[in-house]
Write a protein that binds this ligand. Sequence first.
Ligand SMILES: [Zn+2]
Length: 373
Amino acid sequence: MRPVSFTANPTYQIPLNMRTNTQAIRSGLAANGINPVLGKTTYRTQRVLDLLQTLTFTNRGADNWSNLSQLNQGLVISLINYFSKNDNVNYGNARGSLIENYGQYCNYCGMPVQDSSLAVEHRLPKAEFPGLMLNYMNFFLACPMCNSYKGSKPTFTVCRSWAINRQGIPAPNMVEVGNGGYDRQVWPNRPAAYTGFTPILYNQTTDAQVPLQYALNINNDVVNTENNTVQAILPGYKNGQEVTVAVRFESVDALVQGLREDNFISIVNLNFTEADNYSDRRVTNRTVAWMNALLSMFRLSGFQPGSAEYDYMVNQILSTVQAAGYYSIWAYVFYQKSPPTVQNSVYTSFKTETADPTRPQFYFPGTNAANMP
Ligand SMILES: [Zn+2]
């Protein structure tokens, strides 16, 4: 996780017009009073999206759009398909703008993804909120695992109940239902995206937290990562024997804010581990990042703070972080080992450089440094 900013100007905009020959769409739009603005096949995109919002509200979360007329069921399903696949009017066309703003990292787990598997993810899912399919404010970037766990959550029904429970609105309208969904969890653009979670090193065998003095020892050493788990030697812990460890995220707040944080963790199954499940490497790679952050602090400890060598080493570490991803892990370890209160603080360098677009070799695009301690 990483605090990101929505203030960057998106270069993506919803195309003014859409063209379609699909009969289910054309007849469905005609039945709802939406006619072509040009020829027989060109419509105003926003009008169609607005209609989808209205139909979503009318449906009230029923499965398969079963509260709608048969004509409108076909219309909604055809439009979801259209906005997913059409060459010119397709939410995937926002990927470039999102990468410019957020970088090539999953907005949920922090994994670097540098190809087309970095998906344009809908905060309020497209299967439940098709009217927001092209809305930039509804987009994040997600890795395949986070995207597939998140699936079609949160549902319309969940968002609506959240709007009722949290905001005291007995009969929320469509905008309020959407806001209910946005309000039900921490998102990467919320201040708590960084400060609302603590990464904690666990002994995976005993399920016990590793005491911080051992978890943050710069002499810790990864032995191997077989079976999609991390075996490490933590000097002084368990008589120096090899231990299977994993870094989990835990929410830090109580009550409603804590619930929002827990919802973030659960909606993408952020702490899921399974030996031999090599397709979900998020926890393993996050744990390796933790160990590498400590190793980098060990190497840095060989240099005099403030010396040229020290500065070179810090720069090298920041380049490594940018390539490795898992931003919040590095930030946490730096904060613990070299906090802002000391001279030549690695954390302060990290915070400064990751949010500085003039230093592209260290920069995590769109980082909102104001939300970091
Ligand atoms: Zn992810």
